[in-house]
Ligand binder design. Sequence first.
Ligand SMILES: [Zn+2]
Ligand SMILES: [Zn+2]
Length: 306
Amino acid sequence: MPNLRLITLGTGGMIPSLDRSLPSTAMKRGGEVILFDCGEGTQVQVMKAGIGFGGIEKIFISHLHGDHITGLPGFLMTLSQTNRQKSLYIFGPPGIKGFWKALGRTLGFKTGYEVVIQEIEGDFQTEGNGYQIRATPVDHTIFCLAYALIEDDRPGKFDKGKAENLEVPEGPLFGRLQRGEEIALPGGLVVKPSDVLGPLRRGRKVVYAVDTRPCEEVVGLAQGADVLVHEGVFGEELKKEANLRGHSTVAQAAEVARRAGVGRLILTHISPRYKDVRGLLAEARAVFPRTNIARDLMEWEIPVHK
Ligand SMILES: [Zn+2]
Ligand SMILES: [Zn+2]
């Protein structure tokens, strides 16, 4: 199984500060990198994280507020300098194609590689190699999407003893059963993978949800996720303000994490007004103890389910 790493590249919201860049999170799965949002300065954060531009295949944009998308032009121009040949896939809300076309027209800029843009208007799913990405609209002031990376389940553990009892000869037939294929033995007996494999092993699941008020859509999307990256722009003292602007407090995000039964909550999109986040962390952990507040360039390794 490939390693799965989550890297919070930019963890601020609305305006950048010296401590926090604008939103972007990378999920690195084996050699493939998937970016979620591309706030201003994302390309520099990618360099600082040592990710390498070559592995970046897909970019998913949550919504068309400037703090989440204005990094895209510079990012794509830099990719053009890397001799990139393969296509880049960008997914985002309706309007993102127009944004790209307007940029091309205004800046007279063409990439040396193909840019394929897909607009997402509602619940959506796209397949990757060994995983899928799902999107669902959330509750912000404009149309906004949360995304989930969901790995395929893996076949259960191979029980050699069971295979031997059924007189399956050791060799290529073992491999076929492990890959989930049914086989026929020379004597005519058919052996199914379920005869020799343990229960399915769940794939990993990571969810990215910014910007949004606390909402049922994220609770649903994040059900049982290993990690939920959720915005938490303010503390409880500014709850009204947060919700009015289409955002969540850290405690509200923690409540979403608790209800979704996730393994870990990572709070991001933190307002620049908080230099010291200990108070925010205490508020969130009172609701959901397995919470961290992201910093720029923090990394988490997500272990496979055995
Ligand atoms: Zn934002
Ligand atoms: Zn926004």
